[in-house]
Design a protein around this ligand. Structure first.
Ligand SMILES: [Zn+2]
Length: 173
């Protein structure tokens, strides 16, 4: 049993895409982040039994950081002892890499991703079309908020909005 990635083993170990994954990319089922993360993990995983047994669900490029979504039981494997493996991934990919478990709760996932920013509140707000979850954070670095919202919707379903509280409001707290 090899590792499971968002793309197949052939695609993960070559620079080409197969007749299955190419259409998946075009349809937006996967994107470039899935591909670059899968290839980096495949490369590092060749000599790592722990990685060979892991499952990567998706990768998201949030601008200044990359998020790897895995099964909960694989988070530690991807991070590695004392963070050595995630550091290697960060060096390879040239961006900070954050690993989160697929079934972590919204609060836990937002906290991990925006660190050193902090989550302030999550609330339900009504919209014209129903409702959405409003996630308020004190800062979010250079995170691409649209991608962040897309990632939260992928994980939890429904609509999200991420709002970065302005500096003045922060200073008042
Ligand atoms: Zn493929």
């Amino acid at each position: 049993m090899g590792m499971k990635l968002p793309i197949c083993a052939f695609c993960a170990n070559s620079s080409a895409l197969c007749a299955v994954d190419e259409p998946r990319l075009e349809a937006g089922e996967i994107d470039q982040a899935d591909i670059i993360i899968s290839r980096a993990i495949a490369r590092i995983g060749r000599r790592s039994r722990a990685l060979q047994e892991s499952e990567i669900v998706r990768g998201f490029d949030l601008g200044d950081r990359l998020v790897i979504i895995t099964r909960e039981e694989d988070v530690g494997r991807i991070i590695g002892k004392k963070g050595t493996r995630v550091k290697r991934l960060t060096d390879t990919l040239g961006k900070r890499v954050v690993v989160v478990g697929q079934r972590d709760d919204v609060r836990g996932i937002v906290d991990r991703i925006i660190y050193p920013g902090r989550l302030r509140a999550i609330s339900n707000v009504y919209t014209d079309t129903g409702s959405k979850r409003l996630v308020e954070v004190n800062r979010a670095g250079e995170i691409d908020l649209d991608r962040f919202v897309a990632m939260l919707a992928f994980l939890f379903g429904g609509e999200f909005e991420v709002r970065v509280l302005d500096k003045k409001k922060r200073d008042d707290e």
